[in-house]
Design a protein around this ligand. Structure first.
Ligand code: NDP
Length: 284
């Protein structure tokens, strides 16, 4: 439902997902807006999968300017769009929606750009020339692989619990760079510079079943974020990771790219990162 409490004169934005009540997106986007002196209203929309299309259509019919889309709706949002960017087409998912003046629904996915910006610009972690291991082969991997390969890593290995999904992801992106797929139990016995956990295992308080030597001396990055770190970052520290990071920075950076799609200006993200670290206890 459109947010009826927002002043009528403000441009309205929201994040749609299920569950959504703990989303940090309203805090992030309203902080961007304040910094840029661009007043807007940003709320959450809780929609179950069966409600997604109707809630989205109502939001835009009522004058809403843009939506962020999160789990579990990114593929459904892609299907709803009349126009998508090339990277969204490759990913088969969108996380940012807006309507053209003619009323057509447009979509893009900014997750991969957010991950790359967090790694390279803020954490000082190179992707170019690096040997990268990605754990998982779900929606987030499809959303990030194209942007990672565009950085020209030396190699990318996608390893997944269900090996066939890793092989399918590798096939899907093979034209964009050196990527191979395998099961978690068949990860090549070579060193990796960067290990990205893109599984949903952390949500269950588990770590993917990989041999600990995989993480030794590598940089570990968990797409999931949690105050105080995740089980994966803790496990990685225990097993000799060079440094550990969570996806909170990716969340902030993908939001900045989404804001730019809507408003034409990319907000600086340092203040939001500082706020999340000092007042909300997130480690980047
Ligand atoms: P999906 O549901 O699309 O995919 C889940 C993946 O996790 C699959 O590859 C699945 O393997 C694997 N998996 C699930 N449980 C386990 C387990 N116990 N052990 C090993 N593998 C497991 O999820 P997404 O790709 O959309 O999201 C993955 C994570 O990334 C989530 O934690 C999400 O919160 C986070 N994320 C963070 C973002 C950010 O901005 N920081 C943005 C997007 C996502 P299988 O195929 O075998 O089932």
């Amino acid at each position: 439902m459109p947010d009826c409490t927002a002043p009528a004169n403000l441009d309205r934005y929201a994040v749609i997902g299920h569950p959504i009540q703990h989303s940090l997106s309203p805090l992030i986007h309203t902080t961007f807006a304040q910094q840029l002196a661009m007043p807007l209203a940003y709320t959450t929309l809780d929609a179950k999968p069966a409600e997604f299309a109707a809630v989205t259509e109502r939001f835009f019919s009522a004058g809403g300017r843009g939506l962020n889309v999160t789990m579990p709706h990114k593929a459904a949002a892609f299907a709803l769009c009349e126009h998508v960017t090339m990277r969204a087409r490759v990913a088969g998912a969108v996380n940012t929606l807006w309507q053209s003046a003619a009323g057509e629904l447009h979509g893009d996915i900014t997750d991969g750009a957010g991950l790359v910006a967090d790694l390279t610009t803020f954490l000082g972690i190179a992707v170019a020339g690096q040997r990268i291991l990605i754990l998982g082969a779900g929606g987030s991997v499809y959303g990030c692989l194209g942007d990672l390969l565009a950085q020209r890593p030396a190699s990318v290995c996608v390893a997944n619990r269900t090996a066939s999904r890793a092989l399918a992801a590798a096939r899907n992106f093979a034209g964009l760079g050196p990527v191979q797929g395998c099961g978690l139990d068949a990860i090549p016995d070579t060193a990796f510079d960067l290990v990205i956990n893109a599984t949903a295992a952390s949500l269950e308080g588990a770590t993917p079943a990989i041999r600990p030597s995989v993480i030794d001396a590598a940089i570990a990055y968990d797409l999931m974020y949690q105050k105080g770190g995740t089980v994966f970052t803790q496990w990685s520290s225990t097993h000799g990771a060079r440094s550990v990071h969570t996806g909170i920075g990716m969340l902030v950076e993908q939001a900045a790219f989404a804001f730019e799609l809507w408003r034409g200006v990319r907000p600086p993200t340092e203040a939001v990162r500082q706020l999340l670290a000092t007042q909300h206890g997130f480690a980047f």
